[in-house]
Design a protein around this ligand. Sequence first.
Ligand SMILES: Cc1cc2nc3c(=O)[nH]c(=O)nc-3n(C[C@H](O)[C@H](O)[C@H](O)COP(=O)(O)OP(=O)(O)OC[C@H]3O[C@@H](n4cnc5c(N)ncnc54)[C@H](O)[C@@H]3O)c2cc1C
Length: 294
Amino acid sequence: MDTNAPRKRIKELEVMVADTVQETEDTSTLLLFTGNDRLEYQAGHFLTIDPHQFDALGRFISFFEDVKGRKEPARAYSMSSAPHERFLAITVKEERYTSNVTKYPPLLSPLLVKRTTRGMRLVITGFTGPYVLPPDIDKRAEHLVHICAGSGIVPNYSILKQSLQEHPKLRHTLVYSNKKWDDVIFARELRELEKRHPDRLRVVHTLTREKPELLEGPYGKARTGRISGALLREVIEDPASCVAFACGPGITSHDKAEARRQGTQPAPRFLETSLAALREIGFKEEQLEYESYG
Ligand SMILES: Cc1cc2nc3c(=O)[nH]c(=O)nc-3n(C[C@H](O)[C@H](O)[C@H](O)COP(=O)(O)OP(=O)(O)OC[C@H]3O[C@@H](n4cnc5c(N)ncnc54)[C@H](O)[C@@H]3O)c2cc1C
């Protein structure tokens, strides 16, 4: 055996679901027990889960593979845990099927969110992804701006926990977009982090469909509407000293294929709109890190 060979970073692991935590009506965290395996991952990395391992999905997979004409790929899930924490955790939001809008019913997320129980075994493959803190982040920025929507909070939550612990000079502003307070993942945990680090973390919630009288909630006073240049200009006073991490739904390969068929351009989604707003207030390309969940 060549003991000098570099250790393979991406590997398949069998893990056990140690617990599940329902975060919102459609989102659950799975705490995964990995035995004694040393886990080499960074905050912001993702793992993948191959749906073929679940007997319960067998007939749906065969049907989808027949209709779509290709093998169903593994799905990616960012870690919501940070590397210093005991359990590996992922947080999954269930995709919905809307009649006459969604092309196919979602395959894996409903099973992970609603039908995964303590003690279940899963095979995961990990860990990888470019959406991590650059090694020279302390030289590049004094202030990290996190721009997230829905389950896009997951890798940023991990990055926040890691950098509040390991990068004491970095300040953070999180601008987090959801429909209503009930959709906000990690609302309580984010509030607690903010209280623990009042000089280093500011959380700004913005809600698109909350009743005006409910904007002031137990986790602060939310803004209303989508993330815009005006909101970002107001909460980021020093764009030149920032690096932004933006994560959420972006234009998908399916959106692009559909637009090509129609001879149009795909409509920008959360990620494209947020990056445009950051550029509008002066962010340069080298200050932008982003991950699309499309
Ligand atoms: C890097 C990365 C990290 C991610 N991290 C997370 C995370 O932390 N948490 C989380 O909840 N999600 C995350 N995601 C999203 C996740 O990987 C899945 O896409 C999501 O869970 C949906 O999977 P599904 O099997 O339930 O739905 P799918 O079966 O993949 O369906 C999703 C949508 O795609 C449409 N679709 C599927 N196939 C086709 C086709 N051939 N043509 C047209 N439309 C089609 C469906 O109609 C549906 O609207 C991440 C994605 C990436 C890329």
